[in-house]
Each structure stands twice: as structure tokens, then as C-alpha cells.
Design a protein around this ligand. Structure first.
Ligand code: PLP
Ligand code: ZN
Length: 445
């Protein structure tokens, strides 16, 4: 059972590097690196045996296998020793059968994978547990690493700060000033990270952190770092496991820096290679029309890629104009017969609010994915009888300003069609009864 993994350049596939090296790009050509696994070794278990093992470990108390990520350790990072694993039992988030919202939009078989139900409230925990665990092992083996650093639109930094604090490794965080929510700003502050709020956007923070981490004692935690992709790739495996190992027709997700779609595809391809599934779902990436470089490239058959200046969007975690994982994502979209759709601010806010009315509590990014789903249904690209899984990337509780302003009709470019402001009433029984009677008359849904 000598499982192995290493880094390989995604362009030329020639050089191999250890995952315990401080390296983010190919030394020959500057291409992105990808973690490759010894697939032949993994074939020592049959597809059925892997499924049984993964099912057995789900919610197990046996550390670290109860984590949704580490329950698949052999496929993710087999070289990390258990004593170095920094885990909050991430993953295994609920997959929610959104039949009421689905019926409203004419798609009965709709599911939401609630990745925001996680320690720091977003899917970023899935990748961060792997990255911080690898760094812990590097430090244990004597690598002189002083800190882990990232640029962030708010969720990567929250995850890094929490996992770094849990392991006692210092974290340095660069955030674009006034472009993250209050909850996202306070998370790394509370966890004791060094937080720098810079007068720029995410792309500006990213440029600085790349320069900063040319110093090998400061380790880069952005998703250019493929270790995060390894953890995040469990999302697709988990979705299929939760659907009793059946492949849905579509998986839709909001996309910004394009790490998550790359990770989703990578996990699914591994399942196919090892025989756990016999075909692939289609993938749809959803973007905000205000930050849509992938959408523009898709419309152009990926012939050329132009970074854009990302404009302000309520979906702040995907306000990215120059996505780092563009090359990776295009490969995945081609392999999965993928599509890219964009939505306006009005569409994303109303899609989120409408879904909330059916019991969800959507972040604006999930609103982007739901808005794109509605568009793809309208165009007949997604069929009404298909099974669709939407990846909900963060918890709505991180975005209270967005929700408050929506229900107060205060969002720019948005007409709040599902606003539900509280009734301001005097403290009298009659006033309350009258209000309730009126509610019965007015059709509120
Ligand atoms: C990071 C993030 C995304 C985008 O993921 P990418 O890998 O950058 O494409 C979407 N939604 C939320 C809530 C995020 O935090
Ligand atoms: Zn190379």
C-alpha cells in the first residue's frame, strides 16, 4: 500500500517535484503545477472496495478519517503523516434536496450541496486542511517557514486563519479594503492572523502576495498552490457518494479564480479512472456579469483569454478579473462538455432571495449559480427532467449586509422582488391581529 503523489507541470509533464518543496510553478516553463497520484497503486482496491471504505469512514470517530477530506486520504495526500494533519472535520456537508425551489423553477430533481456548512462557513476549508497539514509536516521536518500568506476575497483568509491558528503557524492575510463582508473581515482578526487591508482589489492583493512569497520562508496559500485543489476535489466525490454513487446530469458552481471548478473536475476524473463512475456529469460555471472573463472566453470558444477589470459585484468572492487557474479550468470544461453562464446583480440577488423563501439561506455566490441555472433552463440547455446539483459555496450568515440591504430595497442595480421587511407595529394585540388578518388576504408567494 505504498501510495504516492508528487507535483507535475500541467504543460509539459516532464519535471516532478515533491509536495513538500516550496514551489508553485514549473521551474522550466512557469506553468502551473498539479498534484499527480500513482494511480496504478490505487488500483490495489477495486471500485467497490473504495466505495465501501469511503462509506465506512464517513462520520467515523477514528481520526482523521471522519473528515470528508481525510476519509479519502489515499486519493488526496497519502504522504502526510496523521500526526501532522490539521483538521476540523471539514467536508461531509449536507446535500439538500431543494424540491420546493426546484418545482418553482420547473426542475423537480434539484439538489444543493451546502459547502458553507463548514467550520469557517465556506468550501475553502476543504483545501486549507490539506495545505496547512503539508506545511506542518514541512516545519516538523525542519523547513524554515515563518508564516503562511494569502490574498483573499474573504473566505480563503478565514479558512487560512482558522487552520493556521489551530496548528500554531503564523498567518499573513492581504484583503482588498471595503470589498469583503464584516463577518469575513472579523474572522481572521479573531483567529489572530496578521490582517492587512489594502487599498486595491483582489487582483492587486494577489500581485503583492506573489511577490511576498518569492521569499521561501513565507508559504503561499492561494489556489495557485495545487495542494488546495487536492482537498477541494473531494466535493464532487462526496456529491456522488451522497447520491448513492449515481452521477447527476449537471453540477453548477459559481466561479472566480477557477480553482474550485478545476478541483471538482479533477476529483471526478479520478473517480472515472478508478472505475467508481462510468461517465461524467456536465459542468456549468456561473459568473457575475461584472466579473466575467471566463464567460467571455467561453463565448469565444476559449480561443483567446483576456483578463478583465472586475467591476463591483454583490458576489464579492468572485470579483476576479484575472483568474489564476484559467488553464486548468478550460481543460476541465472541455472534458466535461461544460458551459459558462453569467448573471446580473438583479438576477443573483433575486435568485438567492427566492431560494431563501423555500428554506435555504443563500450567499450571493450561490445566487449566481441559481441565477445561471434559471437562465440555462430557459434556454433549454438544462432539461426539466435532469438531475442538477448546485454547489452552494458559502453560508448566507457571512453575508448579512447583503441580506439586510436586499430586504430594505437598498441594493444598487437590484429590484427586490422577494423583499420581506418586518412590520413596524405598536405594542398592541389589536395591531398584531389586524396585521395577521391582512396577511391572509394578500397572496405573499
Ligand atoms: C472562493 C469562492 C468562490 C470561487 O471559487 P474559485 O475557486 O475562486 O473559482 C465562490 N464562492 C465563494 C463563496 C468563495 O469563497
Ligand atoms: Zn513546465
Amino acid at each position: 500500500m505504498a501510495y504516492n503523489c508528487w507535483y507535475e507541470c500541467i504543460r509539459d509533464r516532464s519535471e516532478r517535484y515533491s509536495i513538500f518543496d516550496v514551489i508553485y510553478r514549473c521551474e522550466d516553463c512557469g506553468g502551473l503545477l498539479e498534484v499527480e497520484h500513482d494511480i496504478e497503486a490505487l488500483k490495489d482496491r477495486s471500485a467497490e472496495e473504495w466505495k465501501q471504505l469511503f462509506d465506512q469512514r464517513t462520520h467515523s470517530k477514528n481520526f482523521p478519517f471522519g473528515s470528508g477530506v481525510w476519509g479519502k486520504k489515499e486519493w488526496i495526500a497519502p504522504l502526510v503523516r496523521d500526526e501532522n494533519i490539521v483538521s476540523m472535520y471539514e467536508g461531509n456537508s449536507n446535500i439538500y434536496n431543494a424540491h420546493r425551489f426546484g418545482e418553482q423553477i420547473g426542475l423537480p430533481d434539484l439538489w444543493l450541496k451546502l459547502c458553507g456548512n463548514s467550520h469557517t462557513g465556506s468550501f475553502k476549508d476543504l483545501g486549507m486542511t490539506v495545505l496547512v497539514s503539508v506545511v506542518k509536516q514541512m516545519i516538523a521536518e525542519g523547513k524554515p517557514i515563518r508564516a503562511i500568506a494569502c490574498a483573499s476575497t474573504g473566505d480563503t483568509s478565514a479558512a487560512l486563519a482558522a487552520y493556521a491558528a489551530a496548528s500554531g503557524i503564523p498567518a499573513v492575510i492581504l484583503l482588498p479594503r471595503a470589498k469583503v463582508s464584516t463577518a469575513q473581515l472579523i474572522q481572521p482578526i479573531a483567529n489572530g492572523a496578521t490582517v492587512m487591508s489594502l487599498d486595491t482589489d483582489f487582483d492587486g492583493c494577489m500581485r503583492i502576495v506573489q511577490e511576498l512569497t518569492e521569499d521561501p520562508s513565507i508559504y503561499l496559500a492561494n489556489s495557485m498552490n495545487s495542494l488546495r485543489i487536492e482537498g477541494q476535489k473531494t466535493v464532487g466525490i462526496e456529491i456522488i457518494q451522497q447520491l448513492e454513487w449515481e452521477v447527476p446530469d449537471w453540477i453548477i458552481l459559481p466561479s472566480g479564480n477557477l480553482g474550485n471548478v478545476s478541483a471538482l473536475g479533477k476529483g471526478l476524473l479520478m473517480m472515472k479512472e478508478l472505475g467508481l463512475i462510468d461517465h461524467l456529469p456536465r459542468i456549468a460555471c456561473a459568473q457575475s456579469a461584472n466579473a466575467n472573463p471566463l464567460y467571455l472566453s467561453f463565448k469565444n470558444d476559449y480561443k483567446e483569454f483576456q483578463p478583465v477589470q472586475a467591476r463591483k459585484t454583490l458576489a464579492s468572492a468572485i470579483q476576479i478579473g484575472n483568474p489564476v487557474s484559467y488553464d486548468r479550468a478550460v481543460r476541465i470544461l472541455k472534458a466535461f462538455d461544460g458551459v459558462v453562464e453569467q448573471v446580473t446583480e438583479d438576477e443573483l440577488a433575486n435568485a438567492a432571495a427566492r431560494a431563501d423563501r423555500t428554506g435555504l439561506y443563500c450567499c450571493p455566490h450561490t445566487g449566481v449559480a441559481l441565477g445561471a441555472l434559471i437562465r440555462l433552463l430557459d434556454q433549454g440547455i438544462i432539461k426539466k427532467n435532469e438531475r442538477v446539483v448546485v454547489i452552494s459555496t458559502a453560508h448566507g450568515l457571512k453575508f448579512s449586509e447583503f441580506k439586510v440591504q436586499y430586504h430594505q430595497q437598498q441594493l444598487q442595480e437590484v429590484t427586490s422582488r422577494y423583499a420581506n421587511p418586518p412590520l413596524e407595529l405598536p405594542a398592541s394585540y389589536d395591531a398584531v391581529v389586524n396585521a395577521i388578518d391582512k396577511l391572509h388576504l394578500a397572496a405573499r408567494f
